[in-house]
Design a protein around this ligand. Structure first.
Ligand code: PYC
Length: 430
């Protein structure tokens, strides 16, 4: 690895350094050309680290490699555009109220990094700590919530089971009457949860990584990974070959295909997850609301739109098309929860790809191929984990050791049987 003398280059955001408020206002008014946030580069023939996937995980890994470890000879390559995969196709919900101690610790670290991200990157990522409420409509769900709340509290996470009266106070638009098909019996309330602006997170990491010397190569598809005697030696792309001893697979959707290029098989299946957004209305929903039984979650953006998501489609596919069946099912379930929304119009819908593992936890760290690391298998949890995943993968590469915070998420757990079952903490049933 190339390590500069100063292993901790400080990130000084260009906007902060170069422009006063008056300059910014003048620029905005005169519409003068803004400086680019990141650069385009010719592809070099060698990098210390090649990261596949210019989404949140890939860019965060690149940023922390540079910012925390001084490793800057890094290329992030993507077959499409930056943030065009799962990072741009989620519902931007943040939370750490998981079911296992391993999961709670991990997502809590991510939430803490998210809290400070605007200051760290000098980029307005619009973190909105609204609180996160998961509804229980039957005794089984209530029992799992009590279990989660206890695991959360032991880990120091603010999370408690609340009753229908408290729920009605938090979210007056919810139908909490008892004579419905799915009465609300209680809920898991997690005040630290919330939402963030997903594009801004991607752009903030990209700008900061670029500023520290990382190269981001969009429209650069990986077509092969070279492995000699069990060790990575290079990456083949549509823009040329790269020599490197370290490759990190940070893709979602195509993670199995990329890993197979290195000869690594992963227990992952891929399914689309659809979501939708409505027209904007006056702010009325100040909490992220989730119903696992009704397979729906909803939050209101700062612009006033309602963002809805559901469970993954019940088939494996690499398609990111939306479907009418999804929109109809979603609308029916949303109206069971909040009948007052019946007049709202859906504006757009989209789908992202979820790489599901058997235990609903990610696969992170080294593989059987020396120099080939993975940060994959995020299922429906990837966006929440971006910062901590980047930090931990960067630590792994820089130190050559797997940090404790991801030690339980290794690929080898599927042969050793030490699974980390997180299905019970999924927002909705899958
Ligand atoms: O786990 O909170 C969650 C979630 C929301 C959307 C997809 N997953």
């Amino acid at each position: 690895m190339t390590r500069p003398d100063n292993p901790q280059p400080s990130f000084r955001p260009p906007l902060l350094r170069r422009y006063s408020a008056a300059h910014l206002a003048a620029r905005g008014l005169t519409q003068r050309r803004w400086p680019r946030s990141w650069r385009d580069h010719d592809l070099d023939s060698r990098y210390d680290v090649v990261i596949i996937g210019a989404g949140l995980h890939g860019l965060a890994t690149a940023y922390y490699l540079a910012a925390n470890h001084g490793i800057t000879n890094v290329a992030v390559v993507d077959k499409g555009y930056m943030g065009g995969g799962g990072s741009g196709r989620n519902t931007a919900i943040l939370r750490s109220n998981y079911l296992t101690p391993e999961g709670v610790r991990f997502y809590d670290r991510s939430l803490r990094l998210y809290e400070d991200l605007a200051a760290e990157l000098n980029y307005n990522v619009m973190f909105s700590r609204q609180g996160h409420l998961t509804l229980a409509h039957n005794d089984g769900a209530l029992r799992t919530m009590r279990w989660r709340a206890e695991v959360n509290k032991v880990q120091g996470i603010d999370s408690e089971v609340i009753d229908p009266r408290q729920i009605k106070e938090l979210v007056p638009h919810l139908d909490t009457s008892t004579d419905t098909r799915y009465p609300i019996l209680g809920g898991l309330y997690h005040p630290p949860g919330g939402t963030i602006r997903h594009d801004a997170v991607v752009w903030g990491y990209a700008r900061a990584a670029d500023h520290l010397g990382v190269q981001v190569h969009q429209n650069t598809e990986v077509t092969g990974i070279d492995v000699t005697d069990g060790k990575v030696t290079g990456v083949e792309t549509t823009r040329g070959d790269i020599a490197t001893g370290t490759v990190i697979n940070c893709t979602a959707g195509w993670s199995t295909i990329i890993s197979e290029m290195a000869g690594v098989e992963m227990p992952v299946t891929t399914s689309p997850l659809q979501a939708a957004v409505t027209e904007p209305v006056k702010p009325f929903l100040h909490t992220v609301v989730v119903s696992g039984t009704l397979h729906v979650y909803v939050s209101q953006t700062d612009r006033g739109e309602l963002v809805f998501g559901a469970s993954v489609d019940p088939f494996t596919s690499f398609s990111t098309r939306g479907s009418l069946a999804f929109a109809e099912g979603l609308a029916g379930n949303v109206l069971k929860l909040m009948p007052a929304l019946s007049g709202m119009r859906l504006l757009r819908q989209w789908a992202g790809l979820c790489d599901m593992t058997p235990d609903y936890s990610p696969i992170m760290g080294p593989t059987g191929v020396d120099g080939f690391l993975v940060d994959v298998g995020w299922g429906t949890y990837g966006f929440k984990a971006g910062p901590v995943a980047g930090e931990a993968m960067a630590d792994t590469v820089a130190s050559g050791r797997v940090p404790e915070i991801i030690a339980d998420f290794g690929l080898d757990r599927f042969s050793s049987g030490r699974l980390v079952g997180e299905k019970g903490a999924a927002a909705v049933g899958h």
